[in-house]
Design a protein. Structure first.
Length: 255
């Protein structure tokens, strides 16, 4: 089987679980060496162990993506250990159920925490990742955004939706600014996915029915289905794709 990422070197934030873990595993399956970055080191180590058990190469790193010093250090360590970077998957994010709410009731601390991780964290990952890609002569960046950033499809989730709207704008300006440096920047916009991010919500049968009723495919995505698109966008198969938002949502945004 041809591996579309053979010899590539990647960093994946939020790689300890959910879409991040699935993406790290998929990139490794396609031949890439992967630096798995997560705020929870043990989770990153578990992902790295799964990659190594499948005869892949992986490195586990701990960093809070909202902290520039930690992101810079992790990116430098990944670049050093892997011999460079070709791919940056900016994926780490949070969803604060029970705290994120309508604007008039939203606490500033909740707003700031969501923006710090979901938007500033994406910026910092891209900032230091892009520097490594430039030293390597180019590469690909994939940002995990969300349909909630473009549509009002997540009522009451004010901070989350706004942070994800920011990631969409970040992707577009980076695509323009770095295209001349042989770097492609795209975003994947997953719909409801079976991941820790929405576990609490989906455990409630009423909430689950309400969410799935909005999706033409009538089911949540498996994280691996999102990872397949991320791997494509990171590969040379997507060589003429930049500045694009790829919806992977089971038809949610088609209606």
């Amino acid at each position: 089987m041809r591996q579309q990422l053979q010899g590539k070197r990647a960093i994946v934030t939020g790689g300890g679980s959910g879409i991040g873990r699935a993406s790290a595993l998929k990139l490794a399956e396609e031949g890439a060496s992967v630096a798995v970055l997560d705020i929870h080191l043990e989770a990153a180590q578990e992902t790295a162990a799964l990659i190594e058990a499948a005869s892949g190469k992986a490195l586990a790193l701990r960093a809070n993506v909202a902290n520039e010093e930690e992101v810079a250090r992790a990116a430098a360590e990944a670049e050093k250990n892997l011999g460079g970077l070709d791919i940056v998957i900016a994926n780490a994010g949070i969803l604060l159920f029970g705290l994120d709410t309508i604007a008039t009731e939203l606490d500033l601390k909740t707003w700031q925490q969501c923006i710090d991780v979901n938007l500033t964290g994406m910026f910092l990952t891209c900032k230091h990742g892009l520097r490594a890609l430039q030293r390597n002569g180019g590469g690909a960046v994939v940002i995990t955004s969300s349909p909630t950033g473009q549509l009002g499809c997540a009522p009451t989730l004010t901070a989350y939706s706004t942070s994800k709207a920011g990631t969409y704008g970040l992707m577009r300006i980076l695509a323009v600014d770095y295209v001349g440096k042989n770097i492609r920047v795209n975003a994947v916009l997953p719909g409801t996915t079976q991941s820790p991010l929405v576990t609490t919500l989906m455990e409630n049968p009423e909430n689950r029915r309400e969410f799935l009723a909005k999706i033409p495919m009538a089911r949540a995505a498996d994280p691996g289905e999102i990872a397949n698109v991320i791997a494509f966008l990171a590969s040379d198969e997507a060589s003429y794709v930049t500045g694009a938002a790829w919806y992977v949502d089971g038809g949610l945004t088609a209606i």
